[in-house]
Design a protein around this ligand. Structure first.
Ligand code: PEP
Length: 255
């Protein structure tokens, strides 16, 4: 039985006031949540304060990125050990916005994944195809390359302590969502690819869907066999919407 994870990627949004309001609403609505892991991934500058605020409660904290290096002359970067020290449990690696804007390639993402785990963090590895890849019939090729780079660098056993997020790039922040059939097809592909290396690791692996998941489409996606939660962008800034998604994930467990 895989416990679903619903993680909110706040991206570059928030302020101390806005964070306080959002977290206070989330603590109110998710304080008693059971059977679902919930996390928020705020901008790095707020992590320590938010991790303190949420400490001891059901909502974990994750970072949005980490360095592939342990320490040293890497101006502006944050080591996994620093994120762990201030209370992070998770870190997103390979988000498509970073792959695009910071030119993070598969090898770099794999190195970040390895560094994050070495620091005791659980990486949430993002994979997903561009619109042109889907239209050109290359979805599986692209996702396989992204996944294999990390499987080769980290070894399949590393996925016992990791989460994958399938995020079709054309669905992120666009309001377009993969249909449940499209999402399930890629999720099953990812699980089968990991199973090719170790069936038990694949069976236990949580694969989240991300891409315009909202309160009104979450249940349909979360009901699918290989979808084990969501990585939520825009809707994670709205306490009611994010809580509704987390509760929908919990209802799937109960069903
Ligand atoms: C994301 O950026 O990880 C994401 C899923 O964003 P949105 O939910 O806004 O599409």
């Amino acid at each position: 039985m895989r416990t679903p994870l619903v993680a909110g990627n706040w991206k570059m949004n928030g302020s101390r006031d806005a964070n306080r309001a959002l977290l206070s609403a989330l603590k109110g609505s998710l304080g008693d949540i059971r059977g679902v892991d919930v996390a928020v991934c705020p901008p790095a500058v707020y992590l320590a304060e938010i991790a303190n605020d949420l400490s001891g409660g059901p909502i974990a904290v994750g970072a949005q990125d980490c360095s592939d290096q342990e320490k040293g002359a890497y101006t502006g970067e944050l080591a996994g050990s620093m994120l762990a020290e201030v209370g992070c449990r998770y870190v997103i690696v390979g988000h498509s916005e970073r792959r695009e804007r910071q030119n993070e390639d598969n090898a770099w993402v794999a190195a970040k994944f390895v560094a994050a785990q070495a620091a005791g963090l659980t990486p949430i590895l993002c994979v997903g195809e561009q619109k042109a890849d889907r239209e050109g019939g290359r979805t599986e090729t692209v996702v396989a390359e992204q996944l294999d780079a990390v499987l080769d660098a980290a070894g399949v056993e590393a996925f016992e302590r990791a989460v994958i997020a399938y995020e079709p790039v054309w669905a992120i922040g666009t309001g377009l969502t993969a249909t449940p059939e499209q999402a399930q097809e890629v999720h099953a592909f990812i699980r089968n690819r990991v199973a090719g290396r170790d069936p038990q690791v694949a069976a236990d692996l949580r694969i989240l869907y991300g891409g315009s998941m909202k309160a009104d489409n979450a249940a349909g996606l979360l009901a699918l066999e290989d979808i084990d939660g969501g990585l939520i962008g825009g809707a994670s800034l709205d306490a009611d919407a994010f809580s509704a998604i987390a509760r929908a994930a919990g209802e799937q467990v109960a069903a």
